[in-house]
Structure formats: C-alpha cells, structure tokens
Design a protein around this ligand. Structure first.
Ligand SMILES: Cc1ncc(COP(=O)(O)O)c(C=O)c1O
Length: 386
C-alpha cells in the first residue's frame, strides 16, 4: 500500500493520528478541484461550488449515518468545537464536564469560555484501565450536578488513543437531559459511526486524520434542536447566490472566499477506503496496532491502558513508557527528548506524550504502515532506552 502514498521513503511515519497524509487518488482529486477553481474562479466559486459541497455532504452523511442537512463543513474539529463553545449559553457557576482524557486544546478552549462566563470546568477521572463500559459511564455521571450544562467527551482520545463508550454515554445523558458534544476527529474511518442513532447534540470531525482527506477538511454535526441556536464563527453573507430556500447551514457555507478543494477531496477519500473495504481497513490496521501494543508492552515492561480488545482501541494505540523516562514538570511546547532522538537519529515520526504524570508512546497504524516499521521502532527504543 505504501506506493499509494507520497511519504518520504527515508522516514518511518507512525503518526497518522496527528496528521494523516492522503493517498495518491485523494491528492489527485484535490489537485483537480484546484484546477477547476483556477480555470474559472467565477464559475467554480459562484455557480458550481455549492452543488459540489452538497454532493460531498450527502456522501459523508451516508457514511456517518446522518442527514446531510444536519452537517456543515468546517476546516477541522477545532473549529467545530469552537463553534459549540461560542454558541452554548453559559451563566455564572454553570459547569462543563470533561473527562481527564480530553485533548489539550479542547480543555483550553473550554477553560477560556467558562472563565469568560464565570462558569467552571469539572473533570471526571476515568478508570486507570479501560475494561468495562459501565464503570467509565459511572465515572463520568458521578460528576454531574444540577449545574452541568454540557458533557464534552472524545470518541477516540488523543493522548491515550482509547475508545470511549459514546453510545452508553449519550443514552445516559439523554435520560439526564444533559447535552453532549463528542470530540470525534479520530473516529471517522476508524470506528463505525451512526450519528443520528447516537443521539448526541454535536459531533466534531477532522477528515485529515484516519479518513485521509486533504488537510483542512472536516465537518460539524448538529442535532436539529441546536441548529438555530448556533452562532457562526464568521459572519458573512449567510445566504446562497441563487436564492435557494434558506437553511441553518447557509451561515456556514460561505465564510468569505476560500479554497474548497480540501473539503471536496473527502469524496475521493471515502471512495478510496470503500474500495479497499472499510471493514478490512479497520481489521488490518487494528491487527498491526494490536501486535505493536503487545511487543511494546513486552519490551518496555509496562502495564496497558486497557484490556486487549478492539472495543478499547482501534488503529492507534498508546503504551506507557517506563517510569525512568523523564517527565517534564509542565508543558514547554518542546517535543520530549525521546521524540527528538527518535526523529533525529532514527528518522521515526512518533509522538511521546505526557499523560497522567507519565510519558507514553502513541503508535498509529494506517494502511501504509508495516510490521517492519514497528520492528524498527522497537529497535530504536532499545537503543534509546537501553
Ligand atoms: C481528540 C482530539 N480532538 C481534537 C483534535 C484537534 O484536531 P484538529 O487539529 O484536526 O482540529 C485532535 C488532534 O489531534 C484530537 O486528537
């Protein structure tokens, strides 16, 4: 499969989870959209763009089990989450409930939003080892109070690469009448999605991770009960050129002049994965991640973050590093020395992540990754950690 990607042959890329490169057919499709734009910007942006976006939304909607009329394009999950944060009514002493596995930038944006409103964040600590959905759901709902205005949970967590039982979380939240936003950039392609059935209020997606669409492509799912309460991040014309019936989506379809090629490349990314076989994709990438997990646990002699099941991790896995690996006191913005050494000395791109007072290694396994690359990583870790 590697020949379908244009990765530098001198590197070992084990970080699809952060930034997922596109295979050639997707790159080609994106180039063709740009050529269409460059050939006649007036024609493409004014006459054709909206229908092309509608078609892509329709194809996406079928893939994620939603109605196309409940989705809007955004450049990434971060933009989607910001829209939710800026739209949610919040009063003094209100609470936003997050788990202790949430993504750093998501924590930061909710901290900013709650501070501005005199509200606060509550953090639910999840079990040290994921093995049972009920315990995880209980850990979250034990922190709910009558002031809880929203639950923020990842579908697949960033640092720990764990899958949260979002179906059970949404079911319980509906019973308790608490809205839920799911931070879902890793889940599309990696996990089966039926958004309408899930019943969450919002779901944020980046398509430039596991789906491997162009960089700067994503969408936000909004349940109909929220659609007219949302504040668009950018105020523009808010309408469509040829006077088609107005919908809540209009405010998100033209945020000023922009290049729609990354979003439109989603169609080619869906075709690519569906042609390969989505179940086959999930199975093969998980198998590689599962083998990598076991080999890392054996070599590093550390304890896993979950039992060994596709219910708890998919195509990406995080393994704790030994306690002897230095843990920086606070986030310096600099990569960990081990991450730097793996890159500089071994040409391996892989994140070394601090989580729960410990350093961890996160391995992403896409179709272009191989056991040989995992062996290279294991050898490099032997050299670096002894
Ligand atoms: C769980 C989670 N949420 C949000 C994001 C932000 O994604 P993006 O940078 O595509 O907006 C990431 C990125 O890695 C993530 O892992």
């Amino acid at each position: 499969m590697k020949s379908l990607w244009t990765l530098d042959p001198n590197i070992t890329y084990l970080n699809h989870g952060s930034f997922g490169p596109s295979p050639l057919p997707v790159q080609q499709a994106q180039r063709e959209w740009m050529q269409k734009l460059e050939a006649n910007p007036m024609n493409f942006l004014v006459r054709e763009r909206e229908t092309c976006i509608d078609n892509t939304l329709q194809q996406l909607a079928e893939f994620v089990g939603a109605r196309a009329t409940d989705l809007v394009p955004v450049r990434n999950a971060t933009v989607g989450m910001n829209i939710v944060a800026n739209s949610l009514p919040l009063a003094e002493n209100d609470e936003i409930l997050l788990t202790d596995h949430e993504y750093g930038a998501v924590q930061r944006l909710w901290q900013k939003r709650t501070a501005a409103a005199g509200a606060k964040i509550t953090i639910a600590s999840l079990p040290a080892v994921f093995q049972d959905a009920d315990t995880i759901v209980e850990a979250i709902f034990s922190r709910v109070t009558e002031r809880t205005r929203l639950i923020v949970v990842s579908h697949v967590t960033s640092s720990t690469a764990l899958v949260l039982p979002v179906e059970q979380i949404c079911r319980r939240a509906r019973k308790e009448k608490i809205p839920v936003v799911i931070d879902g950039p890793h889940a599309i392609a990696m996990r089966p999605l039926r958004l309408q059935q899930l019943g969450c209020d919002f779901y944020t997606v980046s398509c430039h991770k596991w789906l491997s669409a162009g960089f700067g492509s994503g969408f936000l799912y909004v349940h109909p009960r929220w659609q007219h309460k949302l504040d668009p991040p950018i105020v523009s014309w808010g309408g469509t050129p040829y006077g088609r019936p107005r919908t809540w989506q209009d405010e998100y379809l033209w945020l000023g002049t922009d290049d729609p090629a990354p979003f439109l490349s989603i169609s080619a990314a869906l075709d690519f994965l569906q042609e390969f076989g989505i179940d086959r994709f999930r199975h093969e990438t998980h198998e590689l991640a599962a083998r990598a997990r076991q080999q890392l646990l054996d070599q590093l002699e550390t304890a896993p973050l979950s039992t060994d099941s596709i219910d708890w991790y998919g195509s990406m896995v995080t393994v704790p590093l030994p306690e002897t690996v230095e843990v920086p006191d606070s986030w310096t913005g600099k990569p960990h020395p081990l991450q730097e050494n793996l890159w500089k000395k071994h040409r391996i791109e892989i994140p070394i992540i601090k989580w729960n007072h410990r350093m961890n290694i996160r391995v992403s396994c896409h179709l272009y990754n191989s056991q040989e690359e995992i062996d290279r990583l294991l050898q490099a870790l032997r050299t670096e950690l002894g």
